[in-house]
Design a protein around this ligand. Structure first.
Ligand code: C5P
Length: 249
């Protein structure tokens, strides 16, 4: 039997996991949730599932009692992003994100529109998170394909500081950059890290990966984990193995 301390550690570790529901149908999404909730209670709806199902996937997940991170990575002119932020806030999402490279006006407009929409409806404002550099990028691709001459880490840090200055709750970043962001942006700034690969899993298309335990040690607040859980023959077993790794079991 688990001791109290171990049970608490396990709950704390489970709180840090956001499972990415990268599937195509509502049925598959709900089936996954049912397999791993609890202990996992935060789920990410990305563009694939959202494009397939529309907003009803959000209300459906909320009815199951879980938290929803809507990962649509908004990047457009400030007015468009602000009005979209208002719409997704009205769906009751707990977190959504935008690309920091959209700039300060876009970021500020989204944060303000979301806060105002939540206030009007009397619901808690969602956490608004900025995407720094996708974890599938490496420095060479960033320089040669996108034309960013700065060191990747410096670019990620500059974008994170831009988010902090413009009212964001945190950033999405590779776990490899978590340490420098934590140091420069403070303890209250959320660092949401995809690119997580437990030691037993394969990297797929992610290039800047760390294990769950390494990511938490580097300062990550939340770990977004997709394929290692959802493509595992038993998602439940994958979650158990990740929790065991996080709690040192
Ligand atoms: O399957 P995997 O664990 O690689 O899934 C990571 C999830 O996080 C995917 O849904 C991906 O779209 C998302 N993501 C990412 N890198 C970012 C932001 C989001 O991999 N910078």
């Amino acid at each position: 039997m688990l001791g109290e301390g171990t049970k608490m550690e396990r709950e704390e570790a489970a709180e840090k996991i956001i499972a990415a529901l990268d599937v195509d149908t509502e049925e598959e999404a709900y089936a996954l949730v049912k397999q791993i909730y609890p202990p996992v209670s935060f789920f990410k709806v990305g563009m694939r599932l959202y494009a397939a199902c529309g907003p009803k996937i959000i209300t459906g997940l909320k009815k199951l009692g879980v938290r929803v991170f809507l990962d649509l990575k908004f990047h457009d002119i400030p007015n468009t992003v602000a009005s979209t932020a208002e719409v997704v806030t009205s769906y009751g999402v707990d977190m959504f994100n935008l690309h920091l490279s959209g700039g300060s006006q876009m970021i500020r407009a989204a944060v303000d529109a979301s806060a105002e929409a939540a206030r009007k409806r009397g619901i808690p404002a969602p956490l608004v998170i900025g995407v720094t550099v996708l974890t599938s990028f490496d420095e060479k691709a960033l320089r040669e394909e996108v034309g960013v001459e700065k060191k990747l880490e410096q670019h990620v840090l500059n974008l994170s500081l831009l988010g902090l200055e413009n009212g964001l709750n945190g950033v999405v970043a590779s776990p490899r950059e978590a340490e420098i962001i934590r140091k420069e942006c403070g303890d209250d700034f959320l660092i949401v890290t995809p690119g997580i690969r437990p030691l037993w899993s394969v990297p797929d298309d992610q290039r800047r990966v760390l294990s769950p335990r390494q990511a938490i040690a580097a300062g990550a607040s939340y770990l977004v984990i997709g394929r290692p859980i959802i493509r595992h023959q038993s998602p439940r077993e994958a979650v158990e193995k990740i929790l065991a790794e996080l709690t040192g079991g």
